[in-house]
Design a protein around this ligand. Structure first.
Ligand code: SF4
Length: 347
């Protein structure tokens, strides 16, 4: 076994996490779901979502049979909703093509929607004990520091180098523990801003520690400033305290989620609402504009509140528009900033 793996496993036995919900039981479905939820999201945020999701949809077949709306509702608040849609699609594909199971062959597994090389490796190592490396953000950070890699880890050549190192450190046994140990070390010891080198089992091998370069590694890519866009969202409440919702288009931001009607300005709001409510009400701006950051732009959202309106019947039974009681919003998927705006109604 490599020295790296041996030290990591000894450390894991004493200081790693052994009671995560996806470790008990550690089935392929449960590991897969955890891996997808943990992309871009921290463990402590994921746990309550994970428990709610597995209570409602305890198996791959239950997920495949669930309506997408239910999956999105269970995901609501975790963000990056393409992950939830890919889960649902992958579950259906496994039912159709893989006898209702996640395949345990690397090529077949990594070909499924939302399962990249690292996620496939994590599933195979944790659920089946197979020797596949992972290279998530935590592992990249540890390897860059340990080996003193100066280049930006997102570059193709650096990725290739890191995969080679990850492969070379693999042990022959305890692959599930080893995989979890790498994640735990990155999350609790070799953290991004304040690594606790004194508590690290790799300290005396680590180039960044030796050269006092933990603040410089891994190298960051210089980012251009994000452009900012502006929009208005309409909080239209009728006399029965029902809120007007529209479904987002299937592409673009928050695809297929229910959301608030969105317009450029109050003039467009009046025109848009003319067929939906008896007009004449002036809206009130609800609080300060809210700023939400996406990966490629920032969105400034001004909330306009229309209270006690009189609703007209929805034309043509439009399935992408509904009046929904404020008490029943938990049952549908809403983007987190939209939920924040709606919570202002209570205040
Ligand atoms: S010694 Fe410090 S920088 Fe190096 S791997 Fe450990 S925690 Fe990270």
């Amino acid at each position: 076994m490599s020295d790296f793996a041996e030290r990591l496993l000894v450390w894991f036995d004493g200081a790693g996490r052994h009671d995560l919900p996806w470790q008990h039981p550690r089935s392929p479905y449960r590991v897969w779901l955890a891996e997808i939820m943990l992309q871009q999201t921290q463990v402590r945020t994921v746990i309550p979502y994970y428990q709610r999701f597995t209570a409602a949809l305890p198996s791959l077949s239950a997920l495949a049979q669930a309506p997408l709306d239910q999956v999105l509702a269970l995901w609501s608040g975790l963000g990056y909703y393409s992950r939830a849609r890919n889960l649902h699609r992958t579950a259906g594909m496994c039912m159709d093509n893989h006898n209702g199971e996640l395949p345990c062959d690397f090529a077949a597994l990594s070909a499924l929607p939302g399962i990249g090389r690292s996620t496939a490796g994590a599933i195979l190592a944790q659920a089946h004990g197979l020797p596949f490396p992972i290279l998530d953000g935590n592992v990249r950070r540890v390897l860059c520091r340990l080996h003193g890699i100066d280049d930006w880890p997102g570059a193709a050549a650096t990725q290739q180098q890191l995969w080679g190192l990850a492969q070379s450190h693999l042990p022959d046994t305890r692959l599930a523990d080893y995989t979890q140990a790498q994640m735990d070390l990155g999350a609790s010891v070799c953290t991004r801003s304040t690594p606790r080198c004194d508590a690290c089992p790799l300290r005396d091998q680590c180039a960044a520690h030796r050269e006092q370069r933990t603040a410089q590694l891994p190298a960051r890519r210089s980012k251009p400033a994000l452009p900012q866009r502006e929009t208005h969202m309409l909080l239209v409440l009728d006399k029965q305290q029902r809120l007007l919702l529209t479904r987002r288009p299937p592409t673009g931001i928050w695809p297929s989620l229910w959301s608030l009607p969105q317009v450029r300005d109050t003039g467009e709001a009046d025109r848009w609402l003319a067929g939906i409510i008896k007009t004449g009400k002036s809206p009130q701006q609800l609080g300060e504009p809210l700023l939400h950051t996406f990966s490629h732009f920032r969105l400034q959202i001004t909330a306009l509140h229309y209270a006690m309106v009189q609703a007209k019947p929805i034309a043509g039974d439009n399935p992408d528009m509904q009046w929904r009681s404020l008490d029943a919003l938990d049952q549908i998927g809403l983007p987190a900033p939209v939920r924040r705006l709606i919570s202002r109604l209570a205040a």
